[in-house]
Design a protein around this ligand. Structure first.
Ligand code: P6P
Length: 333
């Protein structure tokens, strides 16, 4: 049951049945993410006012200059999930290896692991463009009570029990799924409450927006080049509109509301594209499919890819079902 504008807390109570393994742990996990998101939102919103947008001087596993907000967000989400003793392990874009989280009595009784990109699009921070947090939740595979292992994190996306994103934009929204559709909550910063502003979000089956970095055009596979030319030709319902924010959460969020396709393909310079499978593409693919859209690497379903490495990349085509299918048609010619 959902009523527009009910609070996230009310929604979780009313929809406990939507939380698999409804021992309440998963709903507590979502609650802890919403708390950390409020704290991070507060810092993101004042980034221009304090010396927190500058480069942190360190580099993350990706070899990217760590913006201070990246590090701050990473620490906040880890701290909140740890303090509330909800997860047994965390993997993050900002950390080379996964973290084993111990309970207060030094055990590992919790059964969920979280993978996250704590602040995606961070290069947009100092130019005041929206950024996002992306998270993905799995049940551990290794025995409860033992330290987590790599297999707990290297699960295919079709094993996710929950996934979501926070978009720090003109308003701050938490959009997530537990496998029973997608719901969007908007933060009222004055009250610190999240309100169900976008119940049962659905990707339009078709759309007229394509999102990709066309600066990479000459490096794209021929199929992508042909699809882009298809979008641009004056025929039927085309030309389509090109919209690219450079922040995946924002681009996909817009396309989910208006209809469209987001693509980060492979290129001659990046054989597997740029985006990370485990904590960027899998959660966004889970949400997309739950909203009636489609997500693939141009050939196979993202959620069926068996991960081999924590930070592995994948080409990514995500959005309105018919647009992704048309792009796949060009890719598979
Ligand atoms: P490019 C942000 O750094 C990010 O990971 C995604 O959010 C975004 O879609 C992509 O990279 C942008 O990459 O190469 O187009 O600047």
């Amino acid at each position: 049951m959902m009523a527009k504008n009910q609070t996230l807390g009310e929604f979780i109570i009313d929809n406990q049945a939507d939380f698999p393994y409804s021992s309440g742990e998963l709903s507590r996990l979502i609650n802890s993410i919403r708390l950390a998101a409020k704290v991070v939102n507060h810092e993101v919103n004042k980034a221009g006012l304090v010396d927190i947008t500058g480069e942190y001087g360190d580099t993350n596993i990706q070899g990217e200059e760590q913006q201070k907000l990246d590090v701050y967000a990473n620490n906040k989400f880890i701290q909140t999930l740890t303090n509330r003793e909800i997860v047994c392990g965390i993997a993050s874009e900002e950390n080379e290896d996964f973290l084993t989280i111990k309970g207060c009595n030094g055990d590992h009784q919790n059964k969920y692991v979280v993978l996250m990109d704590p602040l995606d699009g961070s290069s947009n921070i100092d130019v005041n463009v929206s950024v996002g947090t992306i998270f993905s939740v799995y049940r551990r595979l290794s025995p409860v009570g033992t330290p987590v292992t790599a297999e707990d994190f290297l699960q295919p996306g079709n094993m996710q029990v929950a996934a979501g994103y926070i978009i720090y934009g003109t308003s701050t929204m938490l959009v997530y799924t537990t496998g029973n559709g997608v719901n969007g909550f908007t933060l009222n910063p004055a009250l610190g409450s999240w309100y169900l502003s976008h119940p049962n979000m659905k990707f339009p089956e078709n759309g007229k927006i394509y999102s990709t970095n066309e600066g990479n055009y000459i490096h794209f596979p021929q199929g992508v080049k042909d699809f882009i030319k298809y979008c641009q030709e004056e025929k039927e319902d085309r030309p389509y509109t090109s919209r690219y924010i450079g922040s995946m959460v924002s681009d996909i969020h817009r396309n989910m509301i208006k209809g469209g396709i987001f693509m980060y393909p492979e290129s001659s310079r990046a054989r597997n594209g740029k985006l990370r499978l485990l904590y960027e593409c899998n959660p966004m693919a889970f949400i997309t499919e739950q909203a009636g859209g489609k997500a693939s690497d141009g050939f196979k379903r993202i959620l069926d890819i068996q991960p081999e490495k924590l930070h592995q990349r994948t080409p990514f085509f995500c959005g309105s079902k018919k647009m992704v299918e048309k792009a796949e048609e060009f890719m598979q010619r």
